[in-house]
Design a protein around this ligand. Sequence first.
Ligand code: HGY
Ligand code: MN
Ligand code: MN
Length: 423
Amino acid sequence: MPPETRPAVAVDQARLWERHLEMARIGGTPRGGVNRQALTPEDAQARALLARWGAALGLDASLDPIGNLFLRRPGQDASAPPVLTGSHLDTQPSGGRFDGTYGVLAGLEAIEAIGRVGIETRRPLELVVWTNEEGCRFAPGCMGSRAFAEPGLLDRLLAARDLDGIRVAEALHEVRTALPSTVAPCGLGGPVAAYVEAHIEQGPELEAAGRVIGLVTGIQGRRRILIEVHGEDGHAGTLPRRRRKDALSAAVAMIQALEVLMHDPGDTVRFTVGRVVVSPNAPSVVPGHVLFTIDLRHPEGGTLMRLGDAVETVCRRHVGPCTVSVTDVSLTMPIRFEGLVPDTVRTVSESLGLPSMPIASGAGHDAENLHRVCPTGMLFVPCEGGISHNEAESAKPEDLAAGAQVLARVLVELAGPAGGRRG
Ligand code: HGY
Ligand code: MN
Ligand code: MN
């Protein structure tokens, strides 16, 4: 067997699948999904489980100031910047068992397979769990990788609050106390030789094309905007319409007008109002306050900016007797993956004889932030029916294992053999 294929062959499909089932029990929902939101006790338990699995492999664990967890496999050259792989363990409230979790467990399996065949790499390998990728409880999403790429954002991100007013800094305490005492603190950011992330596709293309590996070409741009409509609470029975400042009525008019603005016959624009919070949310009270979120995505930066910039004008046009505030929460421009990492993913997939195809990512990922600091790439595996951000999310054990085989080989390629040239 050619030596370079050994790590792939050592990937254990059954163990990888069993670990997904065990991890899915943390925050598991009655309908077979997972609710493991960022920096909750469930998130902390999931990280603790991973740290225990890592410790059994002799990986050293560390936690940075925003809660990113790193499990390190030493390389021959301890001073060399590491090769990173990983993803996230936090989920949406009605999330699935594979979004994020797959990239973490495939990374663990790949590192374990490399160790099992006795390969010593020149560079260290690090498995990373990024904090708050989903951006549901706390905004913005991809928070941990954003801070890693831009440490100057740390204080602002630690101050972010959830809907109950709890700050990231306070919630991080949950994670720290749940982790084994062997997990050491580490600094934020730092040199990285390369980053590669495995993820389920979260769309139907690979499955429809009968391919197993997605060679991710890039990630579309996305913008998160927060709209707050301020009216006046009133009595549903006594307050005549002409005197009402009904925040929900105004918000509905805004959303309907935004749907018209975002209408796209080519169905490329992704416009979602996923959260509406009505206050006081009482049947006999005219709502005095409404908060709603806009998640806007597009593969072209110019279109993303044009449509996003038009939101405030449309909201103000439909504000009626209320007032409105529009806040840009986050903006990530479209990115392309090119060069070392995607090329290595492609050549390894081909050498393993796995059917692959180029594919653009509609979903956001932490790789979009690592892309700013080092050579970066991703690989996808199919998920059934392309269903994701849904408790029914599912994938095939053999596809998950195939992705881990590619990942194991890619990590060895990127980290280089012990005794190889320095640099
Ligand atoms: O929303 C996203 O694209 C990612 O799944 N958090
Ligand atoms: Mn994800
Ligand atoms: Mn997600």
